[in-house]
Write a protein of this length. Structure first.
Lengths: 29, 212
């Protein structure tokens, strides 16, 4: 419903940040 | 100092402890979750374990589990997961509109692995005292360590069976004064006092090592 508890918001922010890091770490070779 | 009371409700501190727990481990843990107990002085109200914080590290050898990536089911499931991730990302981006900004499309359009999905849906779960692996660990005040596909699949706990369905091979729940620390891995990891001691040290609470 668009109303996330603050702990989930923080956890999701970190999850997405880490996911982006993992994506950019993938070797192009 | 170790003897001080840990600021359990400080999420930064929780996150650091969860990261320290598995980033420095010899074993390859995919994630760590702190299930926080609803603290109440009313003994008539049963305590419930809900999402406190989590750290998702990822799998070491995820490429070897991509055999079915061309099946129609896989494609449909990936579409569903990416749609949910886009929606969640929109929520988060809205939250931080005045600050750090969006994480970008590349973080949501890549394959969403089974363990990532299991971690994400964990955020929606909660456990009454005695229910599920975390609730059982809390209720018994004893760590629960389940290793192997068969043991997970044969568990009475829905969460263990769910974990197995998403490719996890090891799941551990270690109780604390204010909740339960859970770790999961796609590898076979066997019980060690080393991990118990790390949790005991990092989360600063007492567990009965004799009951392990």
């Amino acid at each position: 419903d668009g109303d996330l508890p603050i702990t989930r918001k923080k956890s999701l922010e970190r999850f997405f940040e880490k996911r982006k890091e993992r994506m950019t770490m993938v070797s192009p070779y | 100092g170790v003897g001080e009371t840990m600021p359990f409700f400080n999420q930064e501190s929780l996150q650091q402890r969860l990261q320290a727990l598995i980033d420095g481990a010899r074993e390859s843990w995919a994630y760590a979750i702190f299930w926080q107990s609803s603290s109440t002085s009313d003994f008539a109200t049963p305590s419930v374990l809900g999402w406190g914080d989590g750290y998702y590290k990822g799998e070491e050898n995820k490429n070897k589990r991509r055999a079915s990536s061309s099946s129609a089911n896989f494609v449909a499931e990936q579409e569903h997961r990416k749609k949910v991730l886009r929606e969640l990302n929109s929520l988060i981006s809205g939250v931080q509109a005045a600050g750090a900004g969006s994480v970008g499309d590349d973080a949501v359009d890549e394959e969403v692995t089974d363990t990532e999905w299991f971690f994400l849906i964990s955020m929606t779960q909660s456990f009454a005292n005695g229910n599920g692996l975390p609730g059982l660990a809390m209720y018994s005040s004893s760590p629960i360590w389940v290793t192997g596909t068969e043991k997970l699949a044969g568990s009475q706990c829905e969460r263990a069976r769910q974990a197995q369905g998403f490719g996890l091979q090891t799941i551990v729940c270690i109780p604390s004064a204010n909740g339960v620390v859970e770790l999961g891995s796609t590898e076979l990891i066997f019980e060690s006092s080393d991990l118990m001691n790390k949790v005991k040290y990092l989360f600063n609470f007492n567990i009965d090592m004799g009951s392990v």
